[in-house]
Design a protein around this ligand. Sequence first.
Ligand code: 6PG
Length: 243
Amino acid sequence: MSPHSQIEVFPDKADLIYRAVEVVLTEAHKALSHRDRFTIALAGGSTPEPLYQALAKQELPWDKVHVFWGDERYVPATDPQSNEGMARRAWLNHVPIPASNIHSIPTSAADPSEAAQQHEQELQSFFGTPSGEFPALDLILLGIGDDGHTASLFPGTPALDVTDRLVTVGSKDGQPRITFTHPLINQARLVLFLVTGASKLPALKAILSSKEDARQYPARLIQPTGSLVWLLDEAAGSGLNLG
Ligand code: 6PG
């Protein structure tokens, strides 16, 4: 584990979500006081939905909050599978965040690699980083799959080897996804993993052990220079010897 990492285990998901809100708000206020803006990349899947619903009830200077996604399925935002669609329904549709502050991952180009390039260009122009440099987002939210993937960095896929781009094409069972690369994720000031459910425990043990291969458990690639926080429920975290 990186030196600035911490693992917190909660009796149930409600406590975990309460703590996650606290972490997000703390980072937001830190970013706003230092840079007068807060940049956050969201995770997809189902785990973060209650967090997004809770954030919809918070008071923030929404015109200074910029939302990105760490990955996206290659479907329109209206598709039930869309990570953007879920976050809009749970959170973004309920707060006065300017449309231009929501930095969707494009998913309409015929060639997903073109979409990845478009999004990389949007990130570079937003953060003002020249090509070859990785911008630092304030907070990147992540989950893990039972197979140890994170974002859309799936075991044994070419996306794991991309270290010279900000955004690349991931693949899940042959279906294209657009994903932040692990060097971009590792540039974040804080990476926050939310992991719940017993099904995640075997992968979590492998991810947190120093012996396992990162190609088999890609979440092991996430070793940010900034802070790393794991929020786990009992089901996912109780079997870990955190002594
Ligand atoms: C996605 C996510 C993915 C997710 C994990 C966990 O697009 O599916 O970004 O990386 O975080 O698969 O998903 P659950 O929260 O649904 O278990």
